[in-house]
Design a protein around this ligand. Structure first.
Ligand code: PLP
Length: 364
């Protein structure tokens, strides 16, 4: 088998090696059953144990209050861009919602929501993210929506926005379980699993009970929170294998210090990369205000503010020779993006830092 390289992909992303090894060990014969989890009925006692353990581990890791329900669904983050307005737009008369648009993913969510109600797009400038008093929020809105980590631009909120009682909805797809947070501040939280909590194909949704049961009549059954909660995520065939992998990742998180430890490690990892950028005399360039730089996705240009594309290409190919892969920025903004999710160890991150230092010395 080829040795494993260090994967900085933004997603689907690196998984903990222990999780992959365990899945490999159990692939053909899960728990002595003589079959794979992939071959197990979603209504069997063994799968029920997998999904209930995953839920209770998640509840423990995030300290989820009892008045919140958890579902595991297909459809990805994009599915939730539709599910959120379908379930919540009519929570209050008037059918309006505030969307904080701070990057590609919140912008896409807002465009989708416009099909179902009146959307107020709040577009704070990067430098204003830290000053919510300048945002124009509607107290009559059914909900306020934001994305806590914009994976493409590398922008992360370092606090929970205050909405004065209006239910807060958050897309945590790319920073879920990377730090502890107070679930009770939220109405709905969702996260596609393929970055910090598992593999593509399953999306976690955490919903406050009083927000369930307000879906529009036209809501597809697959997106109706009431139906999914009422059937413990197995109204239809659940993404069983993905839920199993997610369960293994949650177990790994519990074994490795939980969200508190992930926060500590993500601070160490992201600081090391940002320090190189900030001390490079502009050779590495980050356009973002320090207060909203992401700990998960570090984006930067090389050579100059706009990026010297030839130098960036060289950076990527030399990095690959050292076994550091998937560092290319998203096609929408170019440049470099290093994703430092939970499964990436400090040592692996330091291999990037060393490479960045060597590249700087050679090409500055
Ligand atoms: N939200 C965020 C923050 C993302 O990073 C992504 C995908 O990368 C999505 C939503 C869309 O998720 P999906 O591709 O699972 O629909």
């Amino acid at each position: 088998m080829a040795s494993r390289v260090i994967n900085f992909s933004a997603g689907p992303a690196k998984l903990p090696t222990e999780v992959l090894e365990r899945a490999q060990k159990e692939m053909l014969n899960y728990n002595g059953l003589g079959i794979s989890v992939m071959e197990l009925s979603h209504r069997s006692a063994d799968f029920t144990k997998i999904i209930t353990t995953a839920e209770s581990d998640l509840r423990q890791l995030l300290n989820i209050p009892d008045n919140y329900k958890v579902i595991f669904k297909q459809g990805g983050g994009t599915g939730q861009f539709s599910a959120i307005p379908l379930n919540l737009m009519n929570f209050k008369p008037g059918g309006t919602a505030d969307y904080l648009v701070t990057g590609t993913w919140s912008a896409k969510a807002a465009i989708e929501a416009e099909k179902y109600g009146k959307i107020n797009k709040v577009v704070p400038k990067v430098s204003k993210y830290t000053n919510p008093s300048t945002w124009n929020l509607n107290p009559e809105a059914s909900y306020v929506y934001y994305c806590s980590n914009e994976t493409i631009h590398g922008i992360e909120y370092q606090y929970i926005p205050e909405t004065n009682g209006v239910p807060l909805v958050c897309d945590m797809s790319s920073n879920m379980l990377s730090r502890p947070f107070d679930v009770s501040k939220y109405g709905v939280i969702f996260a596609g699993a393929q970055k910090n909590v598992g593999c593509a194909g399953v999306t976690l949704v955490i919903i406050r009970e009083d927000l369930i049961g307000h879906a529009m009549d036209t809501t597809p059954v697959i997106f109706d929170y009431k139906i999914q909660v009422g059937n413990n995520s197995v109204y239809n065939t659940a993404p069983t294998y993905n839920i199993y992998i997610l369960g293994l990742v949650l177990q790994w998180l519990k074994d490795n210090g939980g969200a508190e430890k992930m926060e500590e490690l993500s601070a160490v990892k992201s600081k090391a990369v940002y320090d190189i950028i900030d001390n490079s005399n502009g050779f590495y360039y980050s356009p973002l205000d320090k207060s909203c730089r992401s700990r998960m996705n570090v984006t930067f240009r090389i050579g100059c503010q706009e990026g010297d594309e030839a130098l960036e290409k060289l950076f990527l190919s030399e990095a690959e020779k050292r076994g550091l892969i998937s560092l290319k920025g998203h096609r929408a903004i170019g440049g470099i993006r290093a994703s430092l999710y939970n499964a990436l160890s400090v040592e692996e991150c330091m291999a990037l830092v060393t490479f960045m230092q060597d590249f700087l010395e050679k090409h500055q």
